[in-house]
Design a protein around this ligand. Structure first.
Ligand code: AMP
Ligand code: ZN
Length: 489
């Protein structure tokens, strides 16, 4: 099926065709491993996971996916420094060697990161590569030299900068992001990896070594400049070395448009002479009470925070996938809970289908209704990953086609479709209903909900009466911390 994607480069939804026949090359800006990822970060990694699955399942493509690990930048250097308060006892001994400390520190958070993404269904086996930036320093140095040879880089005080003023004379700086050049002053330099839009300046590609920092030798224009790469050069060089330019899709959070991605385009185009990426895809923020979830605001949850509260990581995946990646998503526990109910509703339907088909799974094409559902759902996914619309199609179908009216052949074809769809959502089981799952008749469920409402509005006479009706049907209702539970009498 033809896939359409929203492209930040052209600010429009475009038909997607890969540069190379049948295979899609994709690069995602990975985590900066100086701390545990928060669930806002995880949203940024679920976008490429969803995208690669839709490209495979709906588009029929092979996908090569690279997600780098930013193990060197201002923050990893700051927090891995000898004696920094950020060191954790489980990481190991600190040493006098700054490079060793950096590797040990970032290795620890990389392993924690992999644990987190696997818990929410991003499987490492699905990656083509997840490389450390520090393993690609020669490629970064090569790119900086190329940029200098073309006249867009210069050295000051042991650091090397990208000359934005010179670049603007030959190409656009501001392809993804409208840059206001009012405050731009030629030759003003900025050393920080992250900066605001009103400080557009020459940005650093190679940072001269400061006391105690890890450093690599760098032969540049006849001098050795010990130091380390800036953040932006990492992605330009790694994408070029591991994939080939131009490649198909680059992803990241919307906050990376400027300066990170803008600088990446300028460097790649200046150094390699190629517009590096066909489609730029950016996810919107995960928010808490209307504000971006971020470490600096202190309003964030890590996945382990949620697990400690008893949250199932599959519900985190489901919540994030059920919103469109291009819209802001307000994270709430009630949203997590209603998502869980919706996911379970589908799961119950699948158990019913399994009973009806006696475990037989057939291709969706074997039954008209399964095929029609497949087309409707896949069309929404192919349309810029419209997961909310795809799920709306799914629930409309469930409402109109209760499992009680589905015959064995239809059940088998529907299971075939759901299994294909699970190649994308990855949240359902295909098995008989587990024995411990209580089969609550709809009538009992309804009575229990009515009783709960009566009880909440302090209508105790009515709630007792309903308890009696439920008991007459062979069930016991119990109150729990935030609702009720049913058991067989
Ligand atoms: P970092 O580890 O800080 O480099 O960020 C990793 C990814 O998370 C980047 O693609 C960011 O754009 C993205 N990101 C950071 N905060 C949020 C948020 N609240 N919601 C969604 N994505 C985010
Ligand atoms: Zn990047």
């Amino acid at each position: 099926m033809q896939i359409h994607l929203s492209n930040t480069l052209t600010r429009s939804v475009e038909a997607f065709t890969p540069v190379r026949d049948g295979i899609v090359q994709m690069y995602s800006c990975g985590p900066t491993v100086y701390n545990y990822a928060h669930i806002g970060n995880l949203r940024a990694f679920l976008l490429p996971d969803l995208l690669q699955r839709v490209l495979r399942v709906v588009g029929g493509y092979d996908v090569q996916w690279v997600m780098n690990i930013t193990d060197i930048d201002d923050k990893t250097i700051r927090d891995s420094a000898l004696g920094s308060k950020e060191w954790r006892t489980e990481i190991g001994e600190q040493s006098a060697d700054a490079k060793q400390n950096l590797r040990r520190y970032t290795q620890f958070y990389t392993e924690e990161f992999v644990r987190d993404i696997e818990a929410i269904g991003i499987r490492k086996g699905g990656f083509y590569k997840m490389p450390f930036a520090t393993d690609y320093i020669p490629s970064m140095q090569d790119l900086i030299r190329r940029i200098a040879e073309k006249g867009f880089a210069y050295e000051r005080g042991g650091s090397v900068y990208f000359n934005v003023g010179a670049w603007r004379k030959v190409d656009t700086y501001g392809k993804l992001f409208n840059i206001d050049f009012e405050n731009f002053q030629e030759g003003v330099r900025i050393d920080a990896d992250e900066y605001e839009r009103d400080s557009v300046s020459d940005f650093v590609m190679w940072k001269g070594q400061k006391d105690g920092e890890p450093a690599w030798d760098f032969e540049f224009e006849g001098k050795n400049l010990p130091g380390r790469p800036g953040w932006h050069i990492e992605c330009s060089a790694m994408a070029n070395e591991i994939l080939s330019l131009p490649f198909d899709i680059h992803t990241g959070g919307v906050d990376l448009c400027f300066p990170h991605h803008e600088d990446e385009i300028a460097q790649s185009k200046a150094g390699y002479g190629v517009e590096p990426v066909k489609f730029w895809c950016h996810n919107e923020f995960l928010e808490v009470e209307g504000e971006k979830m971020s470490k600096s605001k202190g309003n964030f949850f890590t996945l382990r925070d949620l697990l400690q509260k008893g949250v199932d990581p599959v519900d985190v995946r489901w919540l994030m996938l059920s919103a469109h990646y291009g819209s802001r998503l307000n994270f709430t526990f009630s949203g997590l809970e209603s998502g869980r109910k919706a996911r379970h509703r589908v799961q119950e339907y699948l158990y019913d289908l399994w009973e009806r088909s006696e475990g037989v799974i057939a291709p969706a094409a074997r039954h008209e209704s399964a095929q029609a559902l497949r087309t409707a759902v896949f069309q929404e996914l192919a349309n810029d990953l419209q997961t909310p619309k795809a799920l709306a199609e799914l629930f409309t179908f469930l409402n109109r086609n209760p499992a009680s009216g589905v015959d064995a052949a239809q059940a088998a074809a529907l299971l075939g479709f759901f299994q294909e769809l699970n190649g994308i959502f990855d949240v359902w089981q295909f098995s008989p209903r587990p024995a411990q799952t209580l089969d609550v008749p709809a009538e009992v469920q309804h009575l229990a909900e009515e009783r709960w409402k009566a009880k909440r509005s302090k209508n105790f006479a009515e709630s007792d009466r309903l308890r009696g009706e439920i008991a007459a049907l062979g069930f016991v209702v119990k109150d729990t911390k935030d609702g009720f539970a049913l058991e067989k009498a």
